[in-house]
Design a binder for this molecule. Structure first.
Ligand code: DX5
Ligand code: ZN
Length: 240
């Protein structure tokens, strides 16, 4: 399969860019959206025991996205039982209403969608003031350039690789081109911003996402099925 991001080619500058991308730490962030909520604690311990550093918490409000998931009480319940970095992905309208509360409930990083607010800068500032890390997210139809004005202000950019709202969808490959564009923006500015992908990532395509320049990988349905620890370990092995 050919992807445009292969524009990072064979020149010396391109090789340096690849080397730089490789030296960035890769992180797995399994999404509990696909966990079994009857035994959520057990499922979380399975990924933690496998050596996974982050946990991705998807919050949906039924407005910004068609579905409703879970919110503060679940985050609050999980927080005291794990040292994993809690990566909270808010898929909610006007996230500025709730970012402080999510920080107080135990998020290590609060991530919101650019499309969900008219006050991106204000929302970034509110999260920053809590002392937690800040993430911004774009949907598949939002161009890579939309994140450019905020790159210096955030710790992570999340590029959705499916339409947000549901787990278990198929990766939209064109979104990986945006990952490559944003990785170049980050590198050109000498920033250490993390670049996350979310949606439809599995063991067969995770290498494509890493090659495009992502260093934080969300995986829901590919981790929370069958032998969870074995799935997580297989991802970690592919991501070294
Ligand atoms: C989708 C969520 C994702 C989802 C990923 O709106 O943001 O985090 O759980 O699930 P998979 O990996 O199954 O696509
Ligand atoms: Zn997510």
């Amino acid at each position: 399969m050919e992807y445009d991001f292969l524009f990072i080619g064979k020149s010396a500058a391109d090789k340096a860019l690849r080397a730089e991308m490789r030296s960035i730490m890769n992180i797995l962030s399994p999404s509990i959206l696909s966990a079994d909520f009857w035994k959520l604690g057990e499922d979380i311990k399975a990924v933690e025991g496998a050596g996974v550093p982050w946990l991705h918490v998807d919050v949906m409000d039924g407005l910004f996205v068609p579905s409703i998931s879970y919110g503060m009480p679940v985050l609050k319940a999980v927080r005291p039982h794990t040292d994993m970095f809690l990566d909270v992905h808010l898929m909610i309208e006007k996230p500025e209403r709730y970012v402080e509360e999510f920080a107080a409930c135990g998020a290590d990083l609060v991530n919101f969608h650019l499309e969900a607010t008219e006050d991106v800068k204000g929302c970034i500032d509110k999260i920053r003031a809590t002392g937690k890390k800040v993430g911004i997210t774009i949907k598949p139809a939002t161009p890579a350039e939309a994140v450019e004005p905020y790159l210096e202000l955030v710790d992570m950019v999340l590029v959705m690789t499916v339409e947000p709202g549901f787990g278990g969808q198929k990766l939209i490959p064109e979104c990986l081109n945006k990952v490559a564009v944003i990785r170049k923006m980050i590198t050109d500015r000498g920033l250490a911003t993390d670049l996350e992908v979310d949606g439809g990532i599995n063991l067969d395509n995770v290498a494509l996402a890493l090659d495009a320049g992502a260093n934080v990988i969300v995986a829901g349905s590919a981790v929370f099925k069958d032998d969870i620890a074995a799935n997580a370990k297989a991802f970690l092995a592919k991501m070294q």
